[in-house]
Design a protein around this ligand. Structure first.
Ligand code: UT7
Length: 310
């Protein structure tokens, strides 16, 4: 049995905060942010919109897209580092609000790699034949974890949600290979105390190395080569990090998803949001080979190679 993605959805808050808006509240410049990160604007959720509200909106779309009912969901995995509360989990909140009466539910804490951890976990349950449909949500309200007086981090992040349904797909399609990893010795470079604290340079170096390696590793595990890749969906943290992965795979610019300029770094939400954008733009066709790759606080990383289609 092969597990793949059978439904997709996303949600982004309406409020746009541009680099020019940030120039007014901190010592930064549009020029610095664009050239160092590729970010032009980000979405910020209002005070009344919680992580669970954004996750719910994305999940509802993914369920509808999969053509299933909430009662058909067996497990809900929510990748987030910005849950509404320490507990209950956002996954339990969604279980109630969706009416997913049969579903088990838990959050996944792997920072920006959380969605990759979620999707790989979902794959195991589906391929073992124990669950038919797993809802995997990546959602963050990073604006509440951001120190708006710290220009080193405040310019980078945004809010949003993406969701997929992982279920059985036809032979040859679906998730072909994966890699997950962690290196707790790097925890000091990126963590949240009250607010997000980051050693940007160290995280940058780690990300460039690890993203490239993970892409190559999942291709090897799937018996594929760089030439087989039709599309790359990297975690949208910084265009310079993303470009390094693209170059490692020797892919042309148009074969890499780029949403970082519009949404900034939405952590666990960035890969599923980008996936939905590319599908809606008609850039991904059935049987395309896609590599998704993420990295984040922990430090953590994860990647999959997937042959698209149901
Ligand atoms: O999802 C995972 C989350 N984290 C990441 O992906 C972050 C990975 N790291 C990065 O993306 C980059 O390291 C940053 C974008 C955070 C920083 O870029 P950089 O090229 O590594 O710059 P830097 O940290 O070396 O800082 C260069 C200068 C510093 O000034 P001095 O010390 O050279 O005088 C900073 O103080 O830029 C200054 N700076 C800023 N200037 C204007 C830092 N932030 C800003 C800012 N506006 N917002």
């Amino acid at each position: 049995m092969n597990a793949g993605i059978v439904g997709i959805g996303r949600y982004l808050p309406e409020k746009v905060v541009t680099n020019a808006d940030l120039e007014k509240i901190m010592d930064t410049s549009d020029e610095w942010i664009r050239t160092r990160t590729g970010i032009e604007e980000r979405r910020i959720a209002d005070d009344n919109t919680k992580t669970s509200d954004m996750g719910l909106a994305a999940a509802q779309k993914a369920i509808e897209d999969a053509g299933i009912t909430p009662e058909e969901i067996d497990l809900i995995l929510v990748a987030t580092v910005t849950p509404d509360l320490p507990f209950p989990s956002v996954a339990c909140m969604l279980q109630e609000r969706l009416g997913a009466k049969k579903a088990a539910a838990m959050d996944v804490s792997a920072a920006c790699a959380g969605f990759m951890y979620g999707i790989v976990t979902a794959k195991q349950f589906v391929e073992a034949g124990v669950y038919k449909h797993v809802l995997v949500v990546g959602v963050e309200k990073l604006s509440k974890a951001t120190d708006w007086n710290d220009r080193n981090t405040a310019v980078l992040f945004g809010d949003g949600a993406g969701a997929v349904i992982v279920g059985e797909v036809s032979e040859n399609r679906g998730i072909l290979s994966f890699e997950l990893g962690a290196d707790g010795t790097g925890a000091k470079h990126l963590y949240q105390d009250e607010y997000i604290i980051m050693n940007g340079r160290e995280v940058f170096k780690f990300a460039v190395r690890q993203m490239g390696e993970s892409c190559i590793n999942v291709l090897e595990k799937a018996g594929l080569t760089k030439e087989d890749v039709d599309f790359l969906i990297p975690h949208q943290a910084n265009i310079r990090i993303m470009e390094a992965s693209r170059q490692r795979l020797e892919l042309p610019v148009e074969k890499m998803s780029k949403t970082v300029h519009k949404y900034g770094n939405t952590s666990a939400a960035s890969i599923p949001i980008s996936l939905v954008e590319e599908i809606e733009a008609g850039k991904i066709k059935d049987d395309d080979i896609i590599v998704m790759v993420g990295f984040g606080g922990g430090l953590t990383w994860g990647a999959i190679a997937i042959r698209w289609g149901k």
